[in-house]
Design a protein around this ligand. Structure first.
Ligand SMILES: [Zn+2]
Length: 212
């Protein structure tokens, strides 16, 4: 099992770890700060001992890192993991923002169920089964989201006592399950801009971008 330091402290930019297995260019570590694509959140970018990580995947409770080339370190060696902090921090802001927009969309419309969601370094998105263009709803959702963000609410992400490995995200009156990485305070997000995208056939997408 890889200890997920990105949950304990999502602000870590590098860490020491031990290589618990090295198989060609595939490496497993005892602990890591490098987030592997999960729950719609894009993987981090980064290196192990300076070698680029091409891919990170979840294998049960373990994370497997595929390196650009076979490393010169071996099983049992101490290694240094570094992540692209600018990318990660934008993902943290956008992921926390996506939850906030989702909650305010529900407050406005009563609609909670989504049919898809995704967070990348550039934008986050939330998809709904929704019969009409959502464009007229967005200004109010955007305004409410930005007001909440500016109010500087604490964001808590913590282990669910009822189910090991499950995580809870909470800010003010909002709460949901989430295993992603998040900012500690909504004020870090800055400001968001919402944009509608028509997916056709009664499906609507809200795109969330950082705007300052
Ligand atoms: Zn989430």
């Amino acid at each position: 099992m890889t200890k997920k330091l990105f949950w304990e402290d999502p602000y870590l930019k590098e860490c020491e770890a031990k290589a618990v297995s090295v198989n060609g260019n595939e490496v497993k570590l005892d602990r890591s700060i490098f987030y592997a694509f999960s729950g719609g959140q894009q993987s981090d970018s980064g290196t192990i001992n300076g070698i680029n990580i091409l891919e990170a995947r979840k294998n049960g409770e373990e994370l497997v890192y595929v390196l650009e080339k076979a490393p010169d370190f071996r099983e049992g060696d101490a290694v240094k993991v570094s992540i692209d902090w600018n990318k990660r921090y934008r993902i943290m802001k956008l992921h926390s923002a996506a939850h906030i927009v989702w909650f305010f969309f529900e407050k406005k419309t009563g609609k909670k169920e989504i049919i898809g969601s995704n967070v990348t370094v550039d934008k986050a998105r939330i998809d709904y089964d929704w019969p009409d263009p959502i464009t007229p709803l967005l200004p109010e959702v955007e305004e409410n989201s930005n007001r909440f963000i500016a109010e500087g609410h604490e964001v808590k992400a913590y282990d669910d006592a009822e189910k090991p490995g499950r995580r809870i995200w909470e800010s003010a009156e909002f709460k949901t399950f989430c295993g992603g990485t998040h900012v500690k305070n909504t004020s870090e997000i800055g400001k968001v801009k919402l944009k509608r995208k028509n997916l056709g056939a009664g499906k609507e997408r809200i795109e969330i971008m950082l705007s300052g």
